[in-house]
Design a protein around this ligand. Structure first.
Ligand code: SF4
Length: 382
């Protein structure tokens, strides 16, 4: 019989918590006074492509990890201070480090993004006063137009939004991990637990306070088949169309260490999405005449990818290039006439395996059985 969804969610959460504890022993050595990295990207701003500086701050570590193990696919925790809260001076030193690194070109960035591999509005991770100080510092840059940052949905309150709004006259944008509109997928495949009504409520709140709002949609979370992942993403885009969200960032999955995705991948129970499926999602979005602006994010994150979304060596580069072209104009015709031998592999991937034909909860239960029992089997064989 189908295992109760809450029991399954608890199993997944306990498994994730154990993985995060294990990651402590392999933690890399880093300075808490330097950001993880910085990156310059091209971004759309009011109809033109402009330079954007992204500062990936070294974070305390996502507060969800302690609470429920965090998201199934996310390995960012390994790049953070494992939940030990960083001090004000650490974050301000990191910001200064990034400024020094880019001092000759700081004036040319119209957009600066501050991310912390977690939530910039979580008091457990970073004091709001520190976030406000950083925003005030950025506000002194004359040419800077837009400051963007990220927060978990649960951490966004009107009080915080008002404080940030009053700290700057620059445009502001907040992004959050939406991932999927399907409550069961969100619960079992992602391990997030907000409601769609909450998304609608917060998107209205942010609009009322003149914030831009971006939803991140993670493609192909664990346990979903290739075909289901396409369906799930299109459903999510349809839902987001009805909200006040300004833009949707499509996140391509990678396999990262100390994640549930990685444990499934090791047992051949998970594969990141094929790029043909991403194009299929975008085509269906256009067929449905959905108007929200889409940005397909490059699949490089602050932690190393063990495996990544891909087709084959012959066409991966071309697809990445086309996603960047699509990001400029959202013109779907950039994908016209695409061909490659690997399209046959994709057609085969769309046929669900016998495991994938099970109802989602049964499938999750079976796959969890396999990865939970593996250490016992390995121990027995030794
Ligand atoms: S995706 Fe975001 S909310 Fe989820 S564990 Fe990672 S940092 Fe936390």
């Amino acid at each position: 019989m189908e295992e109760n969804h809450s029991n399954l969610a608890r199993r997944i959460q306990n498994y994730l918590k154990e993985l995060r504890n294990k990651s402590e022993s392999e933690r890399e050595i880093f300075s808490v006074n330097e950001p993880v990295c910085t990156e310059i990207r091209k971004a759309q701003y009011k109809g033109s492509l402009v330079q954007k500086l992204i500062i990936f701050l070294r974070g305390t570590g996502c507060s969800s990890i302690d609470l429920n193990g965090g998201c199934t696919f996310c390995g960012f925790y390994s790049a953070t201070n494992h939940g030990i809260k960083l001090e004000r001076k650490n974050f301000l030193n990191q910001l200064q480090f990034a400024f020094d690194l880019h001092k000759k070109e700081l004036d040319r960035f119209l957009i600066i993004s501050l991310y912390n591999d977690g939530s910039m509005l979580s008091e457990h991770e970073i004091s709001l006063d520190v976030t406000l100080d950083m925003i005030r510092t950025l506000s002194t840059f004359q040419n800077l137009q837009l400051i963007t940052t990220e927060s978990k949905l649960q951490d966004i309150t009107e009080e915080k939004i008002l404080k940030i709004r009053n700290a700057t006259t620059k445009e502001l944008e907040l992004s959050f991990g939406f991932e999927s509109s399907d409550p069961l997928v969100r619960k079992l495949c992602i391990n997030k637990n907000f409601t769609n009504n909450k998304v609608i409520e917060i998107s209205k709140l942010l609009k009322a306070h003149n914030f831009g709002y971006t939803a991140l949609v993670m493609l192909k979370p664990p346990f979903l088949s290739e075909q289901e992942s396409i369906y799930d993403a299109v459903k999510s885009l349809e839902f987001l169309e009805k909200t006040e969200i300004n833009r949707i960032d499509i996140e391509l999955p990678t396999v990262e260490a100390f994640t549930l995705t990685h444990e499934l991948w090791k047992m051949n129970l998970y594969k990141p999405i094929m790029l043909w499926s991403v194009v299929e999602i975008l085509k269906r979005k256009h067929e449905l005449n959905l108007k929200k602006k889409i940005y397909v994010s490059p699949a490089n994150y602050t932690v190393k990818a063990i495996a990544t979304s891909s087709n084959c060596n012959l066409c991966n580069e071309n697809f990445s290039h086309l996603f960047m072209e699509y990001n400029k104009t959202n013109d779907i015709s950039v994908f016209d006439n695409l061909t490659c031998e690997c399209k046959h592999d994709w057609s085969r991937r769309l046929i669900p395996s016998s495991l994938e034909q099970l109802p989602l909860a049964d499938r999750v239960g079976n796959m969890m059985d396999i990865i939970e029992k593996l250490p016992q089997i390995v121990g027995f064989l030794r």
